[in-house]
Design a protein around this ligand. Structure first.
Ligand code: HEM
Length: 113
């Protein structure tokens, strides 16, 4: 299962026509930036498809990058930690059903269902 996976996809308005790789971008085009495509990059992560919470080198893009990087990413990290601990306390003995296929929620905010 792909585990190093950004859940958010960002969009940008093109303000000045240019070309990225072989793709022309025109003024007022809307561009989707699939951050999830970046995280499984084997050049960036050792074993990118393995869930390894202890990774020391973990430059994932889930919180974006550059000047628009999520300003609340530390709060989000804390909230996720509290939510996961609460979930595990409430359901200490849960199991995933190996007969069920994992399904991804599509769209700009992705998630495993
Ligand atoms: C797991 C939870 C979260 C994820 C995955 C996430 C993800 C992101 C990403 C990818 C961006 C970059 C947007 C861009 O490049 O246009 C961003 C920006 C931002 N996020 Fe979050 N975020 C989370 C939680 C939060 C929370 C809890 C808040 C506020 C309480 C927040 C407030 C913001 C703000 C204000 C920006 C805009 C920063 C800027 O444009 O300079 N985020 N977030």
């Amino acid at each position: 299962m792909l585990c190093n996976y950004a859940s958010v996809m960002m969009a940008r308005d093109v303000t000045t026509g240019t070309q990225v790789a072989r793709w022309p971008l025109h003024t007022e085009d809307l561009m989707l930036l699939p951050l999830p495509a970046d995280d499984p990059d084997p050049a960036a992560f050792d074993d990118p498809t393995e869930l390894r919470p202890e990774r020391a080198k973990n430059q994932h893009r889930t919180s974006g990058a550059g000047i628009h990087r999520c300003v609340e990413s530390n709060l989000a990290r804390l909230e996720l930690s509290v939510a996961l601990q609460g979930g595990l306390r409430a359901l200490p003995d849960y199991r995933l059903d190996p007969e069920q296929e994992a399904k991804w929620a599509p769209g700009q905010i992705r998630g495993l269902r």
